[in-house]
Design a protein around this ligand. Structure first.
Ligand code: PLP
Length: 462
């Protein structure tokens, strides 16, 4: 429940809505306008001075984009969010809002390859260092990696492809003991499965291109500030927020904006200068997706668990990385943080290695061969030769990404159809690895399909 008593499903369709006083449109307009008119000389001056909070120019703010920002902030139970053009832009804005040359980041190792590249190739050239924690469950390892110049911890709530769920509170407490915020990427969980700020995280980033949109029709990203980290307690560590700034007439961001200091700086000084502005058209598409988020994620999660359980029983499959399974080393964390489901992006490993993975991927018909996640359609990819092809075999082995590993993003289709398609893939994998064909487990497929709710009432429990 939020302060005014609304549950998640209500908030996702009503939250942050501002009535259209001019025309009464029920769905907010797409404001495809680079700039906004000033009534007169005075208003132009006031808008630039910030004493009139109307719009000026879309890179700095746009009503369609602001509508999505309000809604996602509410869903994450946070005061404020910034919409940007992609998930990569969101991570970049969040990190550049906190880091400068000479700083250090402690990050989970299992993060998205694009974020890893940002840290190792882009931010490294700006003089920012990073250490990766190999086993993110080892809180002592996080603490040991801290240095005097450490400025933040970074992790993902549900990393891909291994579904190795984060101990949000454990890592947040460790960060706070070191005097730094925890920034988490909540893309694969969405606020429907977990709201990291409620478990101690300080800043949440999203690729809105994935589940938040769901339709796979446009990119987007968000930086969400929980507003709880007390920047004023760390005067030297976050000097850009705590020391007088000429742009603020000699005040600091903390003096002027209090708990909003980081998000205002990230919006006004980072996002508006670097310029990863979202198109209002994409913001509109994203908004349409968010309105059905809980329904989709519920179906995604139920389908994924059914698929994971099915795969775990197949002789061609040596392991299934899904934290919803009792066999997962992350099952306890999933039960603690993700009671509604451990998401729908996970991997499984075929005994037959790359030839089996190739045969499997080429044989499926319903699954889309794609590098994308969180689409309403089911997707399949071979990480070793695509997303992780730039890593050495031993780096991939360290990450648990073998040649037989296949990544799935389970959609919202009828699960019986998905299981039949996977059967087709497994039969092809069997053929190339020369294993004995196993009788088609039709009854198994049917009974698993029945375990998936095909439409039931959502009871909100927050
Ligand atoms: C896709 C993704 C990103 C990058 O988002 P884009 O919208 O593709 O820029 C960042 N983090 C995670 C976890 C992702 O899955």
């Amino acid at each position: 429940m939020t302060d005014d008593g609304h549950g998640f499903a209500t908030e996702q369709v009503h939250g942050g809505f501002l009535p259209d006083t001019a025309h009464g449109a029920r769905v907010p307009a797409i404001h495809m306008s680079s700039g906004f008119l000033f009534d007169d000389f005075e208003q132009a001056r006031d808008r630039f001075a910030g004493t009139d909070d109307g719009y000026t120019y879309t890179r700095l703010g746009n009503p369609t984009n602001a509508d999505v920002e309000r809604r996602v902030a509410l869903l994450e139970r946070s005061p404020e969010a910034i919409l940007v053009g992609s998930g990569q832009a969101a991570v970049t804005v969040a990190l550049l809002g906190l880091l400068e040359a000479g700083d250090h980041v402690v990050s989970a190792r299992s993060i998205y390859e694009g974020t890893k590249g940002l840290l190792l190739q882009n931010l490294a050239r700006l003089g920012i260092e990073v250490d990766f924690v190999a086993d993110q469950r080892d809180l002592d390892a996080w603490a040991r990696a801290v240095r005097p110049n450490t400025k933040l911890f970074f992790a993902e709530t549900i990393p891909n492809p291994k579904n190795d769920v984060l101990d949000i509170t454990g890592v947040a407490d460790t960060a706070h003991r070191a005097g730094v915020p925890l920034v988490v990427d909540n893309t694969l969980a969405t606020p429907y499965l977990v709201r990291p700020v409620e478990h101690g995280a300080d800043v949440v980033v999203h690729s809105a291109s994935k589940f938040l949109s769901g339709h796979g029709a446009g990119l987007g990203g968000l930086v969400v500030d929980g507003g709880r980290f007390d920047w004023s307690r760390h005067l030297e560590r976050f000097a850009h927020l705590t020391t007088p700034d000429r742009a603020l007439g000699g005040q600091s961001y903390v003096e002027r904006y209090g708990s909003r200091a980081f998000v205002v700086y990230a919006r006004d000084v980072v996002a508006s200068r670097i310029g990863p502005s979202p198109s209002p058209f994409n913001a509109f598409l994203l908004r349409q997706g968010i309105e059905t988020l809980s329904l989709r994620v519920e179906r995604h999660s139920a389908n994924a668990l059914a698929v994971a359980s099915f795969l775990e029983q197949q002789p061609e499959v040596t392991s299934v990385d899904h934290a919803g399974l009792a066999s997962s080393p992350y099952h306890d964390l999933a039960q603690r943080y993700l009671p509604r489901g451990a998401g729908s992006v996970f991997a499984f490993t075929l005994a037959g290695g790359e030839p089996a993975a190739r045969a499997f991927i080429d044989a499926v018909e319903l699954f889309s061969r794609m590098t994308h996640l969180g689409d309403v359609r089911s997707l399949v990819l071979h990480p070793a030769t695509t997303t992780h092809a730039g890593r050495t075999a031993s780096e991939r082995a360290d990450l648990g990404i073998g040649d037989g590993l296949v990544r799935l993003s389970i959609g919202i289709e009828d699960v019986a159809d998905l299981l039949r398609d996977l059967e087709r893939g497994l039969a092809a994998a069997r053929a190339v690895t020369g294993r004995e064909a196993r009788p088609a487990p039709a009854s198994e497929v049917a009974s698993l399909a029945h375990t998936v709710p095909q439409g039931h009432v959502v009871v909100e429990e927050v």
